[in-house]
Design a protein around this ligand. Structure first.
Ligand code: HEM
Length: 542
């Protein structure tokens, strides 16, 4: 703010002086005025551009390229760049996304310092440029800030109590069973399991968040979702926005500009969203349609007298009606954003993890054997595990899930922003500094995970030395501290139930069409570039 005002002051002052000089009529003076304006412009630009760097100049980091910062390094090495730089510059270093410096935290103890010990000074998330123009995304829990965030989180957290999660088991199980029935037909041919798992996770969270059966994973009706037109149209829009219209860094010109010269992002977004065919317009239109559909679903549910309390939307509406403080907090736009956020946060993440597990287990027969033994030993195949069973009676499955989440971590970077001046790792960070926790670097650090690229679930066995020696915050795929993932237990319950049910009926092998090495797509969350393609083999004891 201060820097951009400076730029405009420089520009204005240069112009005034030029007018003065011209009115004096001197040719030489006119030249000097031009020169002065030019110098003022260059100085203003340099101040604007380097100001964010100045407060952080003592934090180590590689030399930056003007305008683009370290983006060429990101283009060259991909996401491995953060591990490579940590080796050279240590556990805390500077990385410039265009003009915006990030402080990268690549050490478990420092993550604890940022995420827990200094939480009061670093409690919010920085707002990435793709989200900047979308209230639907900004008003969820993820990007709300300070007291509004804590008040919202305190209310919502009650919906994640163990008793509520346990009550969701029959619903989860019925979706898992119906999705698995799709596989019986696939025995003769290969199946893109990642597509099926996305439909399953969307159905489960659709029921848990909206109380609506989207019907995506039902046998034989993958393309005929819910009969309710509004809900159907909403799902189509949602799937389009998360698959075809990737709101990632390559999304639009204004987003890229926002990285380089943030003050130009909003004016350009406003301009480009009016021009047909631009990515900005497509994103804007999709956001508008999604918001309006979510608002209609919320408004309709708000009018229902007998809405129950099992799903997230109904529970929040009930809280709003029964309590004054909640009614101020949960206005319709916030409720819509929170509910939609659940769908967004809970579908791609859970589905990616489930697909990773199947991909990895299919490649490791010794892991598959131990997993099958544990699943079979639990009891007859129609005995559905309770929430308690899932937590205590499947220790090897627990290790398999942890190891898959370590190897293919859904969110390799987790964002924070300082709300006041604070010291981290021996460096003073000014207010407004973007601090990003590099969970992906921690997960591949051989100090904590010897042979980090090997899939070995046993490394998480509580009895093994590696597990005992490891830093307690070395493996944090759900984040850390009061801002950690609210859906952790929900998704682990769903993932474990799914794996148990799938492996009671089938084992899987990679399809010959599965690429090797595996290719990823880096969007809002990590995803498989070409999907996980598997052969489905029916087990003889079912
Ligand atoms: C495998 C599944 C999942 C993974 C790996 C995952 C990962 C994460 C991570 C890394 C964060 C950021 C934590 C931090 O900043 O410290 C997060 C936040 C969040 N997640 Fe998840 N998540 C998953 C599933 C879910 C589900 C199922 C839901 C909803 C039901 C959900 C809702 C949220 C929300 C609302 C936040 C923001 C919390 C806040 O700011 O207070 N996530 N998640």
């Amino acid at each position: 703010m201060y820097v951009s005002s400076l730029l405009f002051v420089c520009l204005g002052w240069g112009r005034k002086r030029m007018e003065m000089e011209m009115s004096l009529g001197g040719g030489m003076e006119g030249g000097a005025a031009y020169l002065f304006t030019l110098v003022a412009l260059v100085v203003g630009f340099l101040v604007y551009f380097y100001a964010p760097y100045w407060g952080l100049r003592k934090v180590p980091g590689p030399p930056t390229t003007p305008l683009v910062g370290h983006l060429p390094l990101l283009a060259k090495h991909g996401p491995d760049v953060f591990s490579i730089l940590a080796k050279t510059y240590g556990p805390i270093y500077r990385f410039h996304m265009g003009r915006q410096p990030l402080i990268i935290i690549a050490d478990a103890e420092l993550c604890k310092e940022v995420g827990i010990k200094k939480f009061k000074s670093i409690s919010n998330r920085s707002l990435p440029s793709p989200i900047a123009g979308s209230p639907l995304h900004q008003k969820g829990l993820f990007f709300t800030r300070d007291s509004r965030w804590s008040a919202m989180r305190n209310t919502i957290i009650s919906l994640y109590q163990p008793s509520h999660l346990a009550s969701l088991i029959p619903t989860m199980q019925s979706y898992i069973e119906s999705a698995t029935r799709n596989l019986s037909k696939a025995e003769a041919e290969d199946v893109t399991f990642s597509d099926l798992s996305l439909k399953l996770a969307t159905d489960v969270i659709g029921q848990a968040a909206f109380g609506v059966d989207f019907g995506l994973s039902k046998e034989g009706s993958p393309d005929k979702p819910n009969k309710d037109d509004e809900v159907s149209a909403f799902i189509k829009e949602h799937i389009y926005s998360t698959t075809s219209l990737k709101m990632d860094l390559s999304g639009s010109f204004s987003i890229i500009l926002g990285l380089l010269i943030p003050i130009l992002q909003e004016p350009f977004r406003q301009l480009l969203r009016r021009i047909p065919g631009t990515a900005d317009r497509k994103i804007d239109q999709t956001n508008l349609r999604l918001s309006s559909r979510v608002n209609k679903i919320v408004a309709k549910r708000a009018c229902e007298k007998q809405r129950g309390s099992k799903d997230f939307l109904s529970a929040i509406l009930n809280a709003r009606e029964s309590d004054r403080a909640s009614s101020d907090l949960f206005t319709s736009d916030y409720i819509g954003a929170l509910t939609y956020e659940h769908l967004l946060a809970g579908s791609a993440t859970t589905s990616f993890t489930l697909s990773s597990i199947l991909y990895l287990v299919s490649q490791h027969p010794e892991v598959e054997k131990k997993l099958l033994q544990e699943i079979d030993a639990f009891g007859p195949h129609d005995l559905i595990p309770t929430a308690e069973d899932l937590q205590h009676k499947f220790p090897y499955l627990d290790q398999v899930v942890k190891e898959a989440m370590r190897l293919y971590i859904v969110s390799p970077l987790v964002a924070r922003e300082t709300s006041q001046k604070v010291e981290v790792g021996g460096y003073v960070l000014p207010k407004g500094t973007w601090v990003w926790l590099a969970l992906g670097v921690l997960a591949k650090d051989h100090k904590n995970f010897p042979e980090p690229h090997v899939f070995r679930p046993e490394r998480f066995d509580p009895a093994c030395d590696e597990e005992k020696r490891r830093h307690p915050y070395a493996h944090i795929p759900f984040g850390i501290g009061p801002r950690a993932c609210i859906g952790q237990k929900f998704s682990l319950q769903e993932i474990k139930l799914s794996v148990i049910h799938l492996y009671r009926k089938y084992v899987f092998r990679h399809s010959p069409q599965m690429e090797s090495p595996l290719e990823f797509q880096y969007g809002i969350v990590l995803n498989f570039k070409h999907g996980v393609k598997l052969q489905v083999i029916k087990r003889s004891i079912t």
